[in-house]
Design a protein around this ligand. Sequence first.
Ligand code: B12
Ligand code: SF4
Ligand code: SF4
Length: 329
Amino acid sequence: MGITTPETPPHVSAYENWLSLGRHGSMDYLANERARIRRRDPGLILPECRAILMLGVRYADPGTLQPDDGTGPSGRVAAYAWGRDYHLVLPERLQELARFIERLAGSAVPQRWYTDTGPILERDLAQRAGLGWIGKNTCLINPKQGSYFLLAEILVGIELEPDLPFTADRCGTCTRCIQACPTGCILPNRTLDARRCISYLTIENKGEIPPELRVQMGNWAFGCDICQMVCPWNRFSAKEYDQALAAYPGQPNPDLRAELMLTPQDFNRKFKESPIQRARRRGYLRNVAVALGNSGNPAGEPALERALQDNEALVRSHADWALIQIRKR
Ligand code: B12
Ligand code: SF4
Ligand code: SF4
């Protein structure tokens, strides 16, 4: 945890510039006027705000993943999404912390809390609260914790002494993440072109995945961890993580053929409390089809042929593409 003030985040201009270049793609919620004004001035969210507590919660290190058993084409899911959705896990904790603050203060304290979905530049504020630096991969990295942690914050209406910003840049001359990114979407100014990021393509993008990018996606079925997995700061970081975010069985490496067979009921049951719900069945099966196509494994053909009859046009078109990839090989 670190503490910062509600002043304008130091790199808000990087965010404005990023939006003006259209690098947010279809994530309109980042670009609307209300969201922009609030990101610039956290005081608009809570006029009584005097301090912001920035919090980090660790999730599993994908580098600890056991190799899959090799029985069939399997996919990969980003480590933050292996278990229960943090949007469901963290609010309870934030509420508890908010009550704890009130107990300490001995009276009601105006407060607002968020994790991810608030109009807050979380990485920028976390850097100013001393939690770490912004790496070339654009992630917030802590020298001891690495970057496998999520951010949350509580805005409070009491004066608290702010921590010092983390001003050092520990990336040095390293460029591993930039070299490893399959789609080359990491830009030299510590932002990325989200439209080409696998995380965006598999989670936020609701439509077709551009064919030229499909081949770069490998077997990622939801999110992507590559630019963090190659980061030396994650090699020696602490490995303990919050057990409320522990992986569901089979989740890190889903069997792609089985996933492609999920009915809407199966999907909702399986991913009821998982971040994968965000992609909806049609987005997830679209990703699974691409991953199967990229596997080049003929064992995927029957499932893909069945997916050609799926009710969702998005699933059908990506299954068609995937079959062509397998047969080409
Ligand atoms: C939109 C979004 C995405 C988009 C765009 C990501 C991006 N890099 O811009 C997509 C869908 C691609 C994405 C992917 C992921 N995301 Co995301 N995402 C967000 C979200 C909602 C907004 C981010 C945003 O505004 N982007 C626009 C850019 C311009 O802003 P920014 O990344 O915050 O960067 C700021 C700083 O870098 C700073 N800055 C710029 N230049 C410089 C230079 C210096 C020297 C300094 C100090 C600062 C600095 O200025 C920017 C603006 O303030 C935040 C939650 C939030 N409310 O902030 C989560 C968030 C950033 N995501 C998160 C996560 C976990 C991920 C993934 C790891 C998930 C995955 N495994 O698939 C990947 C990581 C990909 C990557 N390399 O960034 C975490 C990051 C935690 C961390 N340790 O950094 C956040 C904070 C969510 C959370 N509450 O935990 N994400
Ligand atoms: S998450 Fe994957 S695609 Fe996105 S920047 Fe990192 S390595 Fe590139
Ligand atoms: S891989 Fe290297 S350049 Fe990229 S974030 Fe990590 S230390 Fe920085």
